[in-house]
Design a protein around this ligand. Structure first.
Ligand SMILES: Nc1ncnc2c1ncn2[C@@H]1O[C@H](COP(=O)(O)OP(=O)(O)O)[C@@H](O)[C@H]1O
Ligand SMILES: [Mg+2]
Length: 241
């Protein structure tokens, strides 16, 4: 579904942020992307969306990522970027949520049904007609997630989805992710959430893959995590006597 082949990228020519990166994510996989601040997680998401261009080859669902294919590729991917402020561009949550489905030709009735269904599922019905500039950071994050779910994309990218969420919203997002059948790539420092949602983890350090494999095996590896500026998920830390 997603393939990176020898992908390199630098924001300024001095130092590459991602170097010769290769990995494949299969259809239906849920993959956690972890690593220290600055490891390159968000950069990988932006490369995948064609927001930035590097060297090497990226393929999404068999389509090589290039200028002609970017619109078709974006249509397949629902994404919540790290800064969801930039993502909501209509005045209200409702208008943002209907924008994608209506644009893709879904009927008014079907769109309404989807929007209400997603808001219900996320416990956000109260947010429906609120103004985007008058809701909190966490509410905005939830609204951004609701917006991509209403589009029912083939693939979902989430960059730090649990940041700024209260425990109830965080748990709702975790349960929702677990129920979504789509291919998903989730970047996060919240390793408990990654453990709860992902079967596979890719661990990055300075733009290189340090480990790629079974989520639980990697997330239980205290030495590996600590060598990469992370800690065991809280649920695996055990209680002090
Ligand atoms: N717009 C930018 N211009 C220059 N450097 C950037 C920019 N965005 C990120 N970087 C640098 O690229 C590296 C990787 O950043 P990023 O992908 O955002 O890391 P992560 O999401 O893993 O925290 C960091 O060293 C960061 O400082
Ligand atoms: Mg980031």
């Amino acid at each position: 579904m997603i393939q990176f082949q020898n992908v390199s990228f630098s924001y300024d020519s001095a130092q590459s942020v991602v170097e010769n990166l290769s990995f494949t994510i299969g259809k239906g996989e849920t993959v956690g992307l972890i690593g220290a601040n600055g490891a390159g997680k968000s950069t990988i998401m932006k490369l995948l969306l064609g927001l930035i261009q590097g060297q090497g080859e990226i393929t999404v669902d068999g389509l090589p990522l290039n200028k002609q294919n970017i619109p078709a590729i974006r249509q397949k991917i629902g994404f919540v970027l790290q800064d969801s402020d930039n993502q909501m561009f209509m005045p209200t949550v409702y208008e943002d949520m209907i924008f994608g489905p209506r644009n893709y030709g879904l009927s008014k009735e079907e769109t309404e049904r989807r929007v209400d269904d997603v808001l219900n599922r996320l416990g956000l019905s109260e947010l429906k007609h609120r103004y985007n500039h008058k809701i909190s950071g966490g509410e905005k994050r939830m609204a951004a997630i609701a917006t991509i779910l209403a589009m029912e994309p083939e693939m979902i990218l989430m960059d730090e989805p649990s940041t700024a969420l209260d425990p109830v919203n965080r748990r709702t997002v975790i349960n929702t992710i677990r129920q979504l059948p789509q291919t998903k790539l989730i970047a996060s420092h919240d390793l408990d959430m990654i453990l709860d949602t992902c079967q596979r983890v890719i661990l990055l350090s300075h733009g290189n893959i340090v480990a790629d494999g079974d989520a639980e095996a990697i997330l239980r590896d205290k030495a590996l995590l600590e060598a990469n500026r992370m800690e065991l998920p809280f649920c695996l830390q055990g209680y002090p006597h």
